[in-house]
Design a protein around this ligand. Structure first.
Ligand code: PEP
Ligand code: MN
Length: 374
């Protein structure tokens, strides 16, 4: 059970102390406090652990400081969407809002290769009104002989250029806890000119020790990619690892499932799960059409499969798009064949806008449908 306290509650107030004294006297119940510092208000939640079945909701509701009470189900305790759960489905990071009702595009390089390419990408993003990007510095590769990413060596120029072009959030995969320290250090040295969303890749979805470490820090939000060969439930539990350690700023990323049934695509596009994840949890949902489709083939009408897949995710309510671009895909050191060209960026964004508008119209229509059957 969670007691969500009134936003104005201070931990030194008499009422709060009265509440905590009451809870301490409940037999077989222990408490855990979570405070979420938001841009507008600080939210305090008291988790009651133990046999809470016997506690009547109405009694708990009438305790001092309590705004509302959520009886949680066993699954996805922190990130789950429980009955009568009015807790927010968004968080803010470095001036950008991530929620189940927002949409952010993270177009960028799969892997940082040269400073020139990073600059061309960021300039194009700025020129097209974008404030987020993806930039891979630490690349988990199938072969040990493939390019592994420039690692910490590229961070200073990536962060400086981000500052120069007004990029506020960079999605960047990490594969080891030392990478978090390297990112922190480089950000500090560049005067915190930008922000980073730590990405846990599909190969690390169930690297529980890494999840716990990343969950314990609250400096950076996390994009957790779905595991390519495990169930949705297993991947959602992986997200819960992050939250149970304290970091709730988690975006859940769909990136396709590995099976040769997906041929000729790289992975089987799973964006029909966008509304499922939104229904089961309060996480914003990201789609990665590049790693799902993995190729630049187009339909007879001339729409790239990557762009079609993007539209499918957006029209179903996706909240974030992670997509590979490159100024010269032929020279990319990783995943060149699936990169969109920088000159395609405005068209891609226009396609996203059309799909998002359709989604909004469909939401309005769904409201009318509800009224009809009420
Ligand atoms: C990536 O986004 O660069 C990546 C490697 O993705 P995934 O972990 O989904 O394969
Ligand atoms: Mn890639």
């Amino acid at each position: 059970m969670i007691l969500v306290l009134n936003p104005a509650t201070g931990s030194d107030s008499a009422e709060y102390k009265q509440l905590m004294a009451h809870l301490a006297n409940l037999p077989g119940i222990s408490t855990r406090i979570h405070t979420e510092v938001g841009s507008e208000q600080t939210l305090t939640e008291v988790y009651l652990i133990g046999n809470t079945k016997a506690l009547p909701i109405e009694d708990m509701q009438s305790l001092p400081c309590v705004e509302h009470v959520v009886r949680i189900s066993e699954e996805y305790r922190v990130l789950g969407r429980h009955k009568n759960d009015h807790r927010p489905t968004h968080f803010d990071y470095n001036g950008v809002r991530f929620g189940q009702d927002t949409l952010n595009v993270f177009a960028g390089l799969c892997a940082v290769d040269t400073l020139e390419h990073v600059e061309l990408m960021m300039q194009a993003l700025r020129d097209n009104g974008q404030v987020c990007t993806r930039m891979g510095a630490y690349k988990p590769r199938t072969s040990p002989y493939s390019f592994q990413g420039h690692g910490k060596a590229c961070l200073p120029y990536v962060f400086e250029l981000a500052g120069k072009y007004g990029i506020k959030v960079i999605a960047m995969e990490i594969t080891h806890e030392s990478h978090v320290e390297e990112i922190c250090e480089a950000l500090y040295r560049t005067g915190n000119s930008t922000g980073v969303m730590l990405q846990i890749g599909t190969r690390n979805t169930q690297n529980f020790e890494l999840l716990k470490i990343v969950g314990r820090q609250q400096d950076f939000p996390v994009l957790l990619k779905r595991g390519f060969g495990i169930t949705l439930d297993e991947s959602l539990n992986a997200a819960e690892y992050l939250a149970s350690e304290g970091n709730r700023k988690v975006v859940f990323g769909l990136r396709g499932m590995k099976t040769n049934m997906a041929d000729p695509h790289r992975n089987f596009v799973d964006f029909a799960h966008v509304p499922v994840v939104k229904r089961l949890t309060r996480m914003p949902v990201c789609i990665d059409p590049s790693h799902s489709v993995g190729m630049r083939a187009a339909s007879p009408e001339g729409i790239l499969d990557i762009v079609n897949a993007t539209a499918q995710g957006v029209i179903a309510g996706a909240n974030m798009i992670l997509v590979d671009f490159h100024p010269v895909p032929g020279k990319a050191l990783v995943d060149g064949p699936q990169a969109l060209l920088i000159r395609e960026l405005p068209l891609f964004l226009e396609d996203v806008r059309i799909a998002r508008e359709s989604y909004e119209q469909r939401v309005a229509l769904a409201g009318r449908y509800q009224e009809t059957i009420a």
